[in-house]
Design a protein around this ligand. Structure first.
Ligand SMILES: [Zn+2]
Length: 55
């Protein structure tokens, strides 16, 4: 599984970063602030972001 994050689907910048809060992970765009929801698994957060970004 790739850990690569696709560019942001909203602002198209490469600002996506994985954020960890306690035992939860989410992906956030540093440019426009859009986030995924929280996931307990890092890879699920990445996949959720990439599904949203993938068009
Ligand atoms: Zn963005």
């Amino acid at each position: 599984m790739e850990k690569k994050l696709k560019p942001c689907p909203f602002c198209t910048e490469n600002g996506a970063h994985i954020q960890r809060v306690g035992g939860s992970y989410f992906v956030r765009c540093l440019f426009c602030g859009v986030t995924t929801r929280f996931f307990t698994d890092e890879q699920e957060a990445i996949d959720a972001w990439n599904r949203r970004a993938g068009r």
